[in-house]
Write a protein that binds this ligand. Structure first.
Ligand code: ADP
Ligand code: AMP
Length: 214
């Protein structure tokens, strides 16, 4: 099963993608996580990506597309995967469609996690990410057992630089301009499904499972 998660930054794509990956036993591929790992490891790609990410801008398509195409061609993706944060532009979506078609494959579902802009800033300002393993929490909606400490690895939790309110506004603008057109793109491809992302995490997941099947 090949699934793409769509939605504004902070809509809950990562939260749902992790649950999908666990339930259906497929890899969760987050381009944001890949870039953050590269930044942490000081790679050339990380250095390049950081200049865009810090400004709330998208990393150029040419730095993202090959990386994802290589990743989905790896062996663990043979039974499918859930893409989170990719594609984010029409050229990225077209490149993915083309790469899959060249192997006689196609995506099965594009799930749009729908959350209005008003809710997003609150979501993002409360999001906390583990510096160790990248697990995400929310101060109010998905708290850790012990304040400030990751449940998974015991790492320290931080507010991502790009989750600060001024950057969130910028990212929302970029989303509407460059990523929202993908909703029409996947509607036309006949695979778009929409879920209400404003309800609680388990309720959103129930709607996702309704789409993907038990
Ligand atoms: P995205 O991957 O779309 O940027 P995340 O999955 O990281 O978004 O979610 C953003 C923040 O909102 C996180 O702190 C997460 O814990 C929280 N969150 C995710 N889904 C919900 C939900 N349905 N209700 C409330 N908070 C949520
Ligand atoms: P995310 O963790 O998905 O919110 O991504 C964090 C940041 O990484 C984004 O704001 C972009 O700067 C960058 N990024 C992640 N995925 C992509 C992508 N597919 N295309 C361009 N930039 C991306």
């Amino acid at each position: 099963m090949k699934v793409v998660m769509l939605g504004a930054p902070g809509a809950g794509k990562g939260t749902q993608a992790k649950k999908i990956a666990a339930k259906y036993n497929i890899p969760h591929i987050s381009t944001g996580d890949i870039f953050r790992a590269n930044i942490k490891n000081g790679t050339e790609l990380g250095k390049k990506a950081k200049t865009y990410m810090d400004q709330g801008l998208l990393v150029p398509d040419e730095l993202v597309v090959d990386l994802v195409v290589d990743r989905v061609n790896q062996e663990d993706c043979a039974d499918g995967y859930v893409l989170d944060g990719f594609p984010r532009t029409i050229p990225q979506a077209e490149a993915l469609t083309k790469a899959l078609a060249s192997q006689g494959q196609k995506l099965d579902y594009a799930i749009d996690v729908d959350v209005p802009d008003e809710n997003i800033v609150r979501r993002m300002s409360g999001r906390r990410a583990c510096v160790g393993c990248g697990a995400t929490y929310h101060l109010e909606y998905a708290p850790t057992k012990k304040e400030g400490i990751c449940d998974v690895c015991g790492g320290e939790l931080i507010l991502r630089d790009d989750d600060k309110p001024e950057t969130v506004e910028k990212r929302l603008g970029v989303y509407h301009e460059q990523t929202q057109p993908l909703i029409d793109y996947y509607t036309n491809a006949g695979i778009l499904k929409r879920v209400d992302g404003t309800v609680d995490i388990e309720e959103v997941f129930q709607a996702v499972v309704q789409i993907l099947g038990e």
